[in-house]
Design a protein around this ligand. Structure first.
Ligand code: OXD
Ligand code: MN
Length: 591
C-alpha cells in the first residue's frame, strides 16, 4: 500500500524524488510529510509532538517558545562503539574508526529498516549546511520518523525550502536516513558511507547520532569530502575578537566535546578589557577553505547551538543563557514545579523540589544528579547577543589563528604557540583530553583526541594528518597555531586558571601575536608569553607566580607525555606522515 502523502514534494529534483520513493518503499510509512521550514509547519509539528508526549510545553511566560524532551535513559550521548565508517576498504577508514564494508552494512540496515516506519510518519527534511548562497555550503536531505529530530533540525540547520532552492536540480546532496526503531542499543548503528555521500542512523534519537547534519555530515562525511576537495571540515568553534582600535581577528578553536567550546565562543571580556569585544561565528564546527585573498576562510555550517546545559549559568555564560531564553528545545535537564528548567550549576541555590531527567521526583537529598551530565539545549544562533554579523556571510571569515586545546589536569601549560604550521599539525595531532559525558563510556580518562576529531574523522587518521600538512601549500597566508589548557590543577586539586571570561587574556595574547604586537619567548614546547606581555591587570588571586605555575613545563611529565604518544603513532604507523615523527624527535631534543 502506498503511503498517504501529507504534503506535496516541494522540489522538482528528480534524484530527491526518486530516493524518497525508494526509502518509502523500504520503510513503509503510513504517511509522508515534506518539510518546508515555515512557521505554520513548526506550529503544527510542535502541537503534534506535545500531543504524542514527545515534547512538554515549558512555562511560556518564563521561556517563550521553549519545549522539553526527555530521552530514553539508554540514549543520552553519542555512541562511538556503534558509529561506523563504511568505505570500500578498511584501510580507507583507518585504525581509529569502526569499519564495515558498505555492502555488509547496507544489508544489515536494510533488514532493520524494512517496514520500520509502519504506523509512523516519514518526514523529508531538506537542510542547508552553511549560509545561503555560499560556495562552501552543502545540502543534505534527512528522512526521519522522529518529530523531535525534525524540530531540532529546524533549529540547528537552515531547514526547509532554502535547501531545495540552493540545490536546484543538482544531484549532489547528502542522503541521510534516520529510523528510531525501538531505540535499543542492541539495534543502534550510525553508519557513514563517504563514497556515496550517505548516512544511515538507526536505533537512537540522540542529537549527535540523529541530527544528521551535525556530526555525521558536517564532520565525518564533511572531512572525507574536504580531503577530496581541498578544504578542512573541523570540530572547531569560530570567534571574532575586536580590539579597542577596531582590529578584528578571527580564530578557530578545536576542543573535544564538553570542553567549553560554546563558552569560549561566547566569551564576555572582563571589565578591565574596556573596548574589547568577542563575537560568535560558530560554537562547534568550522568548514574552512582557502580564499582568493590567500587566507583560510571559515563558515559555520550550523544555524544553532546544541550545548551542554550543566555548568551553564549567568556567571559562566550569560550569552548562552540569553540564547536559550526562547525558541529552544531542552533535553534531559530537570524541571521545576512551575515548568522552568534547571540543571546543576545553573543557580547557586538548589531548588527544594524538581522532577529529574528520568521523570522522578527529586530533592537536594537525592543521590543522583537532577539533570543528566550531558543534558542539552538546542537554541537558534540568532538569539545569541554576541552573534557575529559575519555569521551569515557567504564568504566566511578569514582565520588568523587556530587554537588546539584539551582538558588536562597536569602537564599542559596554559598557552603556547607552535613554531610553524608543521609543528602546529604535530601539536594538534598529539592532542589529549580527559573524556566527558558527551559520549557513552568512562568519564575523566585521558585519551588522545587528535584535533578533537577522534570520534569525527570520516577516513584514515594518518591520511587526515597528511591532508593537514598538504594544506600548507594551498594557503599562502597561513593561520598561526596555538595550544591552550584551561584545566590545569595545582597540588591541592584546584584549577590554576579561572577560565571563562578570563580566557580573554589568553585570547588577547593570541590576537596580538597574530598582529605582531606581542612578545614571546622560545620554550621547548613553542613560543610562550613573557610575563610582561601577558595581561594580568585587575585579576583577583592570580599573579605572576601563579602564571609561572600554569605555564610550567615539567620535564618528567613531558617524558611520559612523549612516550605515551607511542600508542597513536604505532596505531597509525603505516600512514603516519614522517613530518610528525621528525617533530617528535625535535621536541625530545628540545626537552
Ligand atoms: C557535540 C559533541 O554535541 O561534540 O557537539 O558531542
Ligand atoms: Mn562537538
Amino acid at each position: 500500500m502506498d503511503a498517504k502523502t501529507g504534503s506535496k514534494p516541494n522540489t522538482t529534483n528528480s534524484a530527491v524524488i526518486r530516493w524518497v520513493k525508494d526509502v518509502a518503499a523500504l520503510c513503509q510509512p503510513d504517511e509522508i510529510v515534506w518539510c518546508n521550514g515555515s512557521e505554520k509547519e513548526k506550529k503544527l509539528f510542535t502541537e503534534q509532538a506535545i500531543a504524542a508526549g514527545v515534547l512538554i510545553e515549558l512555562n511560556q511566560k518564563k521561556l517563550p517558545g521553549c519545549y522539553y524532551h526527555r530521552s530514553k535513559p539508554n540514549d543520552v550521548a553519542r555512541t562511538e562503539q556503534a558509529t561506523f565508517i563504511c568505505t570500500e576498504t578498511a584501510h580507507e577508514a583507518g585504525a581509529t574508526n569502526n569499519w564495515m564494508s558498505p555492502r555488509e552494512m547496507h544489508n544489515k540496515l536494510r533488514g532493520f529498516c524494512t517496514g520500520a516506519m509502519r504506523g509512523r510518519t516519514m518526514y523529508i527534511v531538506p537542510y542547508l549546511m552553511g549560509p545561503a548562497g555560499s560556495p562552501m555550503s552543502k545540502v543534505g536531505v534527512e528522512i526521519t520518523d522522529s518529530i523531535y529530530v525534525v524540530l531540532s533540525m529546524r533549529i540547528m540547520t537552515r531547514m526547509g525550502q532554502v535547501a531545495f532552492d540552493h540545490l536546484g536540480n543538482n544531484e549532489d546532496f547528502n542522503r541521510g536516513l534516520h529510523c528510531m526503531l525501538d531505540v535499543d542499543p542492541e539495534r543502534r548503528y550510525i553508519a557513514h558511507f563517504p563514497q556515496e555521500n550517505a548516512i544511515i542512523s538507526v536505533g537512537s534519537n540522540y542529537g549527535g547520532n540523529a541530527l544528521l547534519g551535525k556530526k555525521c555530515l558536517a564532520l565525518r562525511i564533511g572531512s572525507y569530502l574536504a580531503q577530496r576537495e581541498c578544504w578542512l571540515a573541523e570540530h572547531m568553534l569560530i570567534l571574532g575578537v575586536e580590539s579597542p582600535t577596531g582590529e578584528k581577528t578571527f580564530v578557530t578553536g578545536a576542543f573535544p566535546s564538553g570542553c567549553g567550546k560554546t563558552n569560549f565562543s561566547m566569551l564576555i571580556p572582563p571589565p578591565h578589557f574596556a573596548g574589547w569585544k568577542v563575537t560568535t561565528v560558530g560554537d562547534d564546527i568550522a568548514w574552512m577553505k582557502p580564499g582568493s585573498d590567500g587566507r583560510l576562510h571559515a563558515i559555520n555550517p550550523e544555524a544553532g547551538y546544541f550545548g551542554v546545559a550543566p555548568g551553564t549559568s549567568e556567571q559562566t555564560n550569560p550569552n548562552a543563557m540569553a540564547t536559550m531564553s526562547c525558541d529552544t528545545i531542552y533535553t534531559n535537564v530537570a524541571l521545576t514545579p512551575d515548568l522552568d528548567v534547571w540543571w546543576e550549576g545553573k543557580t547557586e541555590s538548589t531548588p527544594k523540589e524538581l522532577i529529574d531527567w528520568k521523570g522522578q521526583r527529586w530533592t537536594p537529598d537525592s543521590k543522583e544528579k537532577a539533570a543528566h551530565a550531558n543534558s542539552r539545549f538546542a537554541a537558534p544562533m540568532k538569539n545569541n547577543p554576541a552573534l557575529a554579523r559575519e555569521a551569515d556571510d557567504p564568504q566566511g571569515v578569514p582565520i588568523s589563528a587556530i587554537i588546539f586545546g584539551g582538558r588536562r589536569a597536569t602537564t599542559m601549560p596554559l598557552v603556547y604557540q607552535a613554531f610553524n604550521w608543521i609543528h602546529g599539525v604535530y601539536v594538534g595531532a598529539t592532542m589529549t583530553s580527559e573524556t566527558t559525558a558527551a559520549a557513552t563510556g568512562a568519564v575523566g580518562q585521558v585519551r588522545r583526541d587528535p584535533m578533537a576529531m577522534l570520534p569525527f574523522c570520516g577516513y584514515n587518521m594518518g591520511h587526515y594528518f597528511q591532508h593537514w600538512l598538504r594544506m600548507r601549500s594551498h594557503i599562502p597566508i597561513l593561520p598561526r597555531i596555538f595550544h591552550v589548557n584551561w584545566f590545569r590543577k595545582d597540588e591541592s586539586g584546584k584549577y590554576l586558571w579561572p577560565g571563562y571570561g578570563e580566557n580573554m587574556r589568553v585570547l588577547k595574547w593570541i590576537a596580538e601575536r597574530c598582529r605582531g604586537h606581542a612578545q614571546a619567548w622560545e620554550a621547548p614546547l613553542g613560543w610562550v608569553p613573557s610575563a610582561d606581555d601577558f595581561d594580568l591587570d585587575g585579576m583577583k588571586n592570580f599573579d605572576r607566580t601563579r602564571l609561572a605555575k600554569a605555564q610550567a613545563i615539567d620535564t618528567e611529565e613531558w617524558r611520559r607525555e612523549v612516550l605515551s604518544q607511542d600508542g597513536l603513532f604505532l596505531k597509525l604507523y603505516a600512514d603516519l606522515p614522517k613530518e610528525l615523527t621528525f617533530q617528535r624527535e625535535l621536541l625530545v631534543s628540545r626537552l
